[in-house]
Every structure is written in C-alpha cells, then in structure tokens.
Design a protein around this ligand. Sequence first.
Ligand code: NAD
Length: 373
Amino acid sequence: MKIAVLKEAAEGETRVAAIPETVKKFVALGADVAVERGAGDAASIPDADFEAAGAKLGSRADVLKGAGIILCINAADLKGADAGALLVGALDPTRRRDAVDCYAKAGIDALAMEWMPRITRAQSMDILSSQSNLAGYKAVIEAADAYGRAFPMMMTAAGTVSPAKVFVMGVGVAGLQAIATAKRLGAQVSATDVRSATREQIQSLGAKPIFVENVAGIEGEGSGGYATEMSAEYQKAQADLVSGHIAKQDIVVTTALIPGKPAPRLITDAQLATMRPGSVVVDLAAEAGGNVEGAVSGDQVVKHGVTIIGAANLARSLAADSSALFARNLYNFLSAFWDKEQARPLFPDDDEIVRGIRLTHGGKVVHERLTAA
Ligand code: NAD
C-alpha cells in the first residue's frame, strides 16, 4: 500500500497532513510513504526529516502514481491519481460539492474527516477538535497582542495595573481552550453557552459562568455535543444578558457555531458601542458568517474604538502543532481500520465512522447529506 502525502496548494495553507512520526508509524504498518517535495516547508519540517523517517520524496505526479491512499489537509487537485485510491482530508464537502462529484467520476473514494461523528471511539481522529483547540489558544494570543493593556494584575512601585476582563461566548473545544489560555495570562474570565453542560466546565477552569436563567437553554450536551438554533425568546434573553455584561469587558472571544447553519449573531453594533475604546473582540465564527456584527473574515477592523478581529483559520498560524495533531488524527483513523494481513485499511459499510465520513464509493456520491440535497 503506497500512501501519498501532498504539498498543500491552497493559498495561505501552511499545514501538512503527515509528520515524520506518522510516516514512521505508517511504515511500521507495512505501507510505503511518498511525500511531495517541500510538503513540510511551511510547517518547519524539512524534506530530509521525512526521508529519515522512511518516506520517499518526489514530485506530485511521482507521489500520486500508484498511491492507494492520498493524505491532504484541504481538498486537492488529483490529476494522475489512480481509480480506487482513497482520499483522506478536510474536503469541505458542502462548499466544494463539485469536487466531490469529480472524485466520484474519477473512481476515488473520498473521506471527509470534518464529518467524523462525535463519539468516544472517534475522539482521537477528530480534526475539528484538534484544530479548534489551537484556534482557541491563538484567539486569546491575538487579542492580547491587539490589546493596548496588560492581561494580568501587576502591583508595581508605579502603581497597580488592573487585570483584563475576558468574556468567552461559546464554550466548545475552542472556547474551553480560550478560557484556559486567558486564565493562564492572568485575566479575569467569564463565559457563556446555550448548553447547560458547559456551566461546570467553565467553573472547573476557574472562570465565571454567565447564563440566561429565565428561559431554558439546551439541557445537557445536545445532539452529538452540538447546539441548535435557539428560540426567539431565548435569543432576546441572551441579548439582554450580553448587553448588561459586555460593557464591562475588555476582551470578548466568540466561538459559537451551529452545524449546517450560519453562525448565530451574538453581538450587535450597538452592543459594541458600549465597550470602552481599546477593547478587542475576536470572532472565531467569522468564516461561518460571524457572531459579531461588522466582523470581516480574515481581517481586522475598528468600530467605536473597538478592534474586531475576524479570525479565519487560526490553526494555520501554528503550522507545526496543527500539522502534528492533524497528522495524528489521520494516522489514528487509518490505523484503527488497518487490516494487517491485507496491509491496507478496510472500511465496513455499516460502521458509524465510515457512514459519517465516506462521501464517494465505487464511482458514486454515497453520503446521505449530499445525495439528499
Ligand atoms: P461548535 O464549534 O459547534 O460550537 C462552539 C460552541 O458554541 C458550542 O459549545 C455551542 O454550544 C456554542 N453555541 C452555539 N450557539 C450558541 C449561542 N447562540 N450562544 C452561545 N453559545 C452557542 O462546538 P464544538 O467545539 O465542536 O464542541 C461541541 C461539543 O462537542 C462539546 O460538547 C464537545 O465536548 C463535544 N465534542 C465531542 C467529541 C467526541 O466525543 N468525539 C469531540 C469533539 C467535541
């Protein structure tokens, strides 16, 4: 079984889908690994390190030729790939539906890792979690960088510097890491979510939970851990709560997402105007439509003296770590299905993970989320 690792072509992409550690592990499973020359450059992994781990280096055409498995970060151009090859990566199937049709036509079995089901068995394969965790960390670092004041309280001979007040909205994987990072930097942290299960998680990180009390939110974890769109009554109660709280905050990090829907609007322009000048808002949902009115995905704007950072793909700015975690997610997934005798992964049709992520199979688009549309 030959495994190809591609050099990412998408603009701004810095990550690579394998690291020397996972190359070694694939070789130990009996696979041959071929890495496109320069694939690890932007993640500070020299070609020589891949070679030392047991990979062969080559051009894109060389690595694709005869490959049974193709690993990538983003959906890729696969000219030269063999029919029957398996493509594994973040394939963005909803937005790149055309590419999925092309994979089917080319006889490539495409597996979209971002549709990994949220089940215990799949935790170590979950690219959304591994990348969101880093994004949550980096969001706070970016906020601290843009904030013209210090985060921790400092008592100095020249007087006291007061601690920054940080409010995290949306306490999933990214939000939890944002809380932990802001606490480590010495901020006073509060946080909110619609899922009641997050209250304890917020407290366990030493932050203050701020919850809508008069209207029921989502009891427990919600389906697969995800939130849904909230009722108009809840949204109104949440807006009132946020209005009261936000004026006293220096930094707000928003991370709220609803699968398959635009991101919920959590902060209006009028609410931004109540924050003191110099405050910073980081909108991690900017790419999905934004939690914050006026946020521009991939850009920084100033409104009412408040800096709004429309964070896009923050994990890319931590290329070495995000590559390592992504690469391990891919290895954990493939090795879990690896058949030693046949020296390749086997995917049972009725497996929950396989059903969750398989987009194309045997020349057809097979995923129900795509065929139903
Ligand atoms: P996400 O990125 O979909 O959303 C981020 C957060 O925003 C969520 O906590 C969500 O409840 C919240 N949110 C949505 N609408 C909101 C609103 N109007 N106001 C405030 N907050 C709002 O979430 P995620 O980071 O992918 O994690 C979701 C859940 O999945 C968590 O419980 C996590 O622990 C769980 N999870 C489970 C697994 C697994 O078991 N394999 C893996 C990863 C995550």
